[in-house]
Design a protein around this ligand. Structure first.
Ligand code: ZN
Length: 135
């Protein structure tokens, strides 16, 4: 359920970036998601399609880039891939382990379409009406 809030702020970022880029449409958004983050990609996708309706990001495709978790033990130096948030070192059993990656969740890139060159020529010369010469 907390995906709602995170998707909402994600959408804000996407919209801001799209406006900054002068985009007419958002194509693809790459989201980096650690395997131990508490976010579920399907939920984010669901809320995104709901929240983006009527915005510039409507119809954008979310691409999730999964990141494997990695932790280092500060006791024996073992580097391993933890399977859950709470864990201890599989080699020495020490709880003094530090999660290096696997809990991240951020937007990596946003592909926008600016619609420039799409052929609807803005600025095609509509001749300004000749001013009445009345003197
Ligand atoms: Zn250890």
């Amino acid at each position: 359920m907390h995906e709602y809030a995170v998707t909402e702020s994600m959408l804000e970022i996407i919209q801001a970036e799209a406006v900054k880029a002068g985009a007419s449409h958002v194509g693809e958004v790459t989201v980096v998601l650690g395997e131990l983050s508490s976010f579920v990609d399907e939920s984010i996708e669901f809320y995104f399609s709901e929240l983006s309706r009527g915005t510039i990001a409507e119809g954008a495709r979310l691409v999730f880039q999964k990141v494997e978790a990695r932790a280092d033990c500060s006791q024996c130096g073992e580097s391993f891939r933890p399977r859950q948030i709470f864990y201890s070192c599989p080699r020495c059993g020490s709880p003094a382990v530090e999660l290096i990656e696997g809990q991240e969740m951020y937007i990596d890139s946003i592909d926008v379409e600016t619609g420039a060159g799409a052929g609807d020529g803005i600025g095609a010369g509509t001749g300004t009406g000749a001013g009445g010469d009345s003197s």
